[in-house]
Design a binder for this molecule. Structure first.
Ligand code: PGA
Length: 247
């Protein structure tokens, strides 16, 4: 596990963008596993900025996103498909037939998840998987208690996740109760994993995920076993980890 301590959100975003950028330069036709949420927004903005300067070319890249709300069509403003297009894909030269997000409009969960695993398999797996982390230690929508051996599957969202995500909807009642997510098995099969985090709210999750026992109670803790994991987080997110802050 490679641990990087950034000063603040902007520094975290730039460092993470550098790592993604290096991946794309080293393997122009790579498969990037991407994530939504507030955390990666600054990183996407930085990558767009470098794209505009001619420093990075996404024309051969394929992206496979982590998760999607079950029941939200692509055009819904809170769908993750919409998020990715608005915040990233529309601003770079990625081919739109090279981007994949689980099909939230397909409410046949078994079929939607199976199709997604087939897509990941068809591309030979993910080269670099980007992850955020939930306040409860979730990755993707793999909530505490998630089985480590699952591929893409349908999950019930934890109350804390509905609570954290309600800011994007008119009310908590409108937050979908289920989602399709890559499983821990899918995530662990990525050749490289890059997890990013910022802010005090994540400090406890960072401590239990990276300096506690590996347990399904903290889904991100399994990443300690990944052979090529990089964690980039700011000082606030590392504030409960003297092992890092004291470095
Ligand atoms: P956030 O979400 O980036 O909006 O904090 C991260 C997550 O829940 O995985």
């Amino acid at each position: 596990m490679k641990i990087i301590c950034a000063h603040d959100y902007q520094d975290m975003s730039r460092k993470a963008a550098n790592i993604i950028s290096a991946q794309v330069i080293m393997k122009p036709n790579c498969v990037l596993g991407l994530a939504t949420g507030g955390t990666p927004l600054g990183m996407y903005a930085q990558l767009i900025n470098w794209y505009n300067k001619g420093d990075i070319d996404f024309s051969e890249v394929t992206t496979i996103n982590l998760d999607e709300y079950r029941g939200l069509p692509r055009e819904h403003e809170q769908s993750y498909w919409y998020f990715m297009h608005k915040n990233f894909f529309e601003h770079i030269n990625i081919r739109l037939d090279h981007v994949y997000v689980p099909d939230g409009a397909n409410t046949d969960a078994e079929k939607a998840c199976k199709e997604y695993d087939e897509i990941i398999h068809r591309f030979g797996g993910v080269d670099m998987q980007l992850l955020g982390i939930g306040v409860d230690g979730h990755i993707g929508f793999n909530e505490p208690g998630a089985a480590f051996e699952l591929g893409t599957h349908c999950v019930d969202l934890a109350e804390s996740t509905i609570e954290a995500n309600k800011r994007f909807f008119a009310s908590a009642d409108e937050v979908p109760r289920q989602a399709y997510t890559m499983g821990i098995k899918t995530i662990m099969q990525a050749r490289k994993v890059l997890l990013i985090a910022n802010g005090k709210a994540k400090a406890k999750a960072m401590r239990t995920a990276f300096f506690g026992p590996v347990t399904p109670a903290v889904p991100a803790s399994i990443l300690q076993m990944h052979p090529d994991l990089t964690v980039v987080a700011d000082e606030e997110a590392w504030s409960e980890c003297p092992e890092v802050i004291g470095q």
